[in-house]
Design a protein around this ligand. Structure first.
Ligand code: PMP
Length: 423
């Protein structure tokens, strides 16, 4: 892969030219949300300016045009993750996609919403397995599903080096496991999890697999059918796209066998006062008015990513990750979370600074123009596992440069002496 010239790419992202606190902005918070290229902003503005109309409804010209643009966007985004449009459900984001999955499985469990496949029904004592490294979005919906069905929630622990304990995984995933939900890349550890091994363990016991691809989709080539997961979610705003849009991918037979979660307009065929018949996927899962301009914006985002090339994006970010990891290891008093020697990673490091609260580190860096995330990053159980309540996280995207990393490291090297916590 030819590495992108990140300095040239930056010109496409208007916000990256802004100054913060009088300093050049060094944006290292793409794990929370990415910046948007002008192509995405323009795509939304163009749609709203010239083609805005409700889709799948009116007979008028604008409605037909909007419908075509909207469904083209579905084809484009589906293609980006290696799939077909029928297998991509629009959601408002990853959290909505994971809740959709958990609630749909819950409806199958109580026999609501034909045509539910018996495969998805959970019974008291059945088990749902997650990992200790999940974002709350891929944990709490499963806690709730367990509570509603009498299923038991179990977890795969994380080793001290941030990798999953795969021996424990083989023991935890067993005869009673019905669902295995796990993240592709943790938003705190940055490590790429062994999807193949987890899917093999789940398949062996007939469990449904649910992948949280939020932190992989913007950073590496993603072929969801090849990963062989049953369901997967991703989030538009983390992959150069708009807010309020995300995707739920499902294998065809999985989507066909799942009942809907939200119900209402746009997802039905015939309705009487007593009952309703539902459309096939993906419409069955898209009740209400669709996020049309957002879908069109997300299509522009993945076209932009494809234009650079995801192999090149990944290679570029790996270089940034290595440079950042090396620099962080050389600063006294820094403890990296998930510093597994040979792990495959994306450009993201979370760390603790001995003697300085994460929020103070964040403010110190902000005063120097460096934007990082501080707190528990919606992963409290993982922080607890490392004996922390908060950490600092620096995360890259394709538009970051080696200079961004150096400015960040240089600023950080002064943080402990500034707060009187040692050199
Ligand atoms: N999962 C992971 C791993 C995440 O990093 C995030 C966002 N922080 C989410 C889920 C939630 O995504 P969204 O903002 O689209 O709901």
């Amino acid at each position: 892969a030819v590495l992108p010239d990140a300095s040239a790419l930056r010109e496409d992202f208007p916000l990256l030219g802004e100054r913060v606190n009088g300093e050049r902005l060094v944006y290292l918070d793409s794990g929370a949300t990415s910046q948007k290229p002008r192509a995405v902003i323009d795509a939304e503005v163009d749609f709203l300016t010239r083609s805005n109309s409700a889709v799948h409804r009116g007979a008028h010209t604008l409605a037909a045009e909007a419908t075509e643009l909207f469904e083209d966007a579905r084809t484009t985004v589906a293609g980006f993750v290696g799939t077909r449009p029928e297998q991509l459900v629009w959601t408002s984001g990853a959290t909505a996609g994971l809740n959709l999955a958990a609630y749909a499985i819950g409806n199958a469990s109580i026999g609501r919403g034909a045509p539910a496949s018996a495969r998805f029904a959970l019974h008291a004592g059945d088990e749902i397995v997650v990992t200790e490294a999940e974002h709350h979005a891929n944990l709490i919906p499963w806690q709730e599903l367990a509570a509603r069905t009498g299923a038991v929630l179990r977890h795969i622990p994380v080793h001290e080096d941030g990798t999953l304990d795969m021996d424990a995984a083989a023991a935890v995933i067993g005869e009673r496991t019905r669902v295995v939900a796990f993240t592709h890349v943790s938003n705190v550890l940055g490590i790429v999890n062994p999807v193949d091994e987890l899917v093999a363990l789940a398949r062996a016991v007939g469990a449904v697999t649910v992948l949280d691809a939020c932190q992989s989709a913007p950073h590496l080539p993603l072929d969801l059918p090849a990963l062989d997961v049953d369901l997967a979610v991703f989030s538009g705003h983390k992959m150069l796209g708009p807010y309020g849009i995300g995707g739920l991918y499902g294998r065809a037979e999985v989507l066909e066998g799942l009942p809907p979660f939200l119900t209402g307009g746009s997802m039905i065929t015939t309705v009487t006062l007593d009952e309703a018949a539902y459309l096939p996927p993906p419409q069955r899962f898209e009740a209400g008015t669709q996020p049309v301009s957002q879908a069109i914006g997300l299509a522009a985002a993945v076209r932009y990513l494809d234009g650079v090339g995801m192999d090149a994006v990944h290679a570029h970010e790996k270089q940034l990750e290595a440079r950042m990891g090396e620099g962080l290891r050389s600063i006294p008093g820094i403890r990296l979370l998930g510093d597994a020697p040979r792990a495959e990673r994306v450009g993201l490091w979370a760390f603790d600074v001995d003697g300085v609260h994460a929020h103070d580190v964040g403010q110190f860096l902000d005063a120097r123009g460096v934007a990082v995330r501080v707190g528990h990053h919606c992963a409290q159980p993982l922080h607890r596992r490392f004996g922390l309540t908060a950490s600092v996280r620096a995360s890259t995207a394709l538009y970051n440069t080696a200079d961004d990393v150096d400015v960040f490291l240089d600023a950080l090297s002064g943080v402990r002496s500034f707060f009187g916590a040692g050199a």
